[in-house]
Ligand binder design. Structure first.
Ligand code: PMV
Length: 289
């Protein structure tokens, strides 16, 4: 029996623009998915196309038990975390010797297959390696970890990454003169944020700008606007949609002392708040007990 876990992620800057080759910054967060795999003659596991594909890709059969601290379909990378943790547990239980990078690649191919070509390597890479990651096109670079205090606010409004990516794509096709400069501006905000990565106050201002640009791309939602405004009004340095938008989650960058107040303000707007920070470990083995 082998138990592995893998973290979720948030986009700090650059979602949607990364789809068009602009830089984006994602960060692994503390909540995790735990997966136990056991060799078995009568394999049993929850119905999940991601888990099915993990066993197919690794060419073995086994039983699986999943425990998650991440809500699915909220934009926090829970499917990537399940896939990475399952592959790591299979790798361990069946004494295969795949490296972490190989696991990240297999996980990306599985996400792409199950999500019918709409996945970017961001979620699977960040979940496998942890930390802060700069994504530009197909290149991924780990940045020095930063002690950023975040409150994630889940709007609990259903969210579809595929639909939002398609919406931005259509808008870009119909209004290239408007949408391309917005995507360029998001890229510029991301680069400016990278130069100020150690200055949370300044980063907060860039988050606010990034959010306004995401709104201009049409991926806002009344529930995320409510949570973003509530977070700012209760002391966050800045707040923005994270991930595809159209519902899903927001993040607020906060002074440490303001975290509970910001979380309370989010809950008062009927959002679900998670106080969290960077996960620098990525996928890790858990004790079986
Ligand atoms: O909703 P999420 O967390 O899967 O993020 C999607 C981010 C996009 O840039 C919109 C798409 C992508 O694959 O990068």
């Amino acid at each position: 029996m082998a138990t592995w876990s893998a973290p979720g992620k948030v986009f700090l800057f650059g979602e949607h623009a990364v789809v068009y080759g602009k830089p984006g910054v994602a960060m692994a967060i503390k909540p995790r998915v735990f997966v136990t795999v056991r060799r078995s003659r009568n394999p049993s596991h929850a119905k999940s196309p991601y888990i099915d594909e993990c066993f197919r890709a690794m060419g073995v059969r086994g039983s699986v038990y999943v425990r998650s601290q991440l809500q699915s379909s909220s934009g926090l990378g829970s499917s990537a975390a399940v896939t990475v943790a399952t592959l790591c547990a299979i790798n361990d239980e069946f004494d295969m010797n795949h490296t972490r990078d190989e696991i990240a690649n297999i996980a990306f191919n599985i996400e792409r297959k199950v999500q019918k070509g709409r996945a970017s390597p961001t979620d699977t890479y960040v979940s496998a390696t942890g930390g802060l990651v700069l994504i530009t096109g197909s290149s991924k670079r780990r940045l020095p970890p930063q002690n950023l205090q975040l409150v994630v606010g889940n709007t609990l409004a259903a969210h579809s990454t595929a639909k939002m990516v398609e919406k931005v794509g259509k808008m870009r096709k119909n209004h290239p003169d408007i949408v391309n400069p917005i995507l360029d501006a998001i890229g510029a905000v991301t680069l400016a944020a990278l130069h100020n990565i150690g200055n949370p106050k300044e980063l907060g201002r860039y988050m606010d700008m990034n959010n306004a640009l995401l709104e201009a791309l049409g991926v806002g939602h009344p529930a995320s606007s409510r949570l973003v405004l509530a977070a700012r009004a209760s002391g966050a340095y800045g707040a923005k949609i994270t991930g595809a938008g159209g519902g899903g989650c927001i993040i607020a960058l906060c002074p440490r002392r303001a975290r509970s107040r910001v979380a309370g303000a989010i809950e008062a707007c009927e959002g679900k708040a998670i106080i969290t920070t960077i996960d620098s470990e990525g996928a890790r083995r858990e004790n079986d007990d």
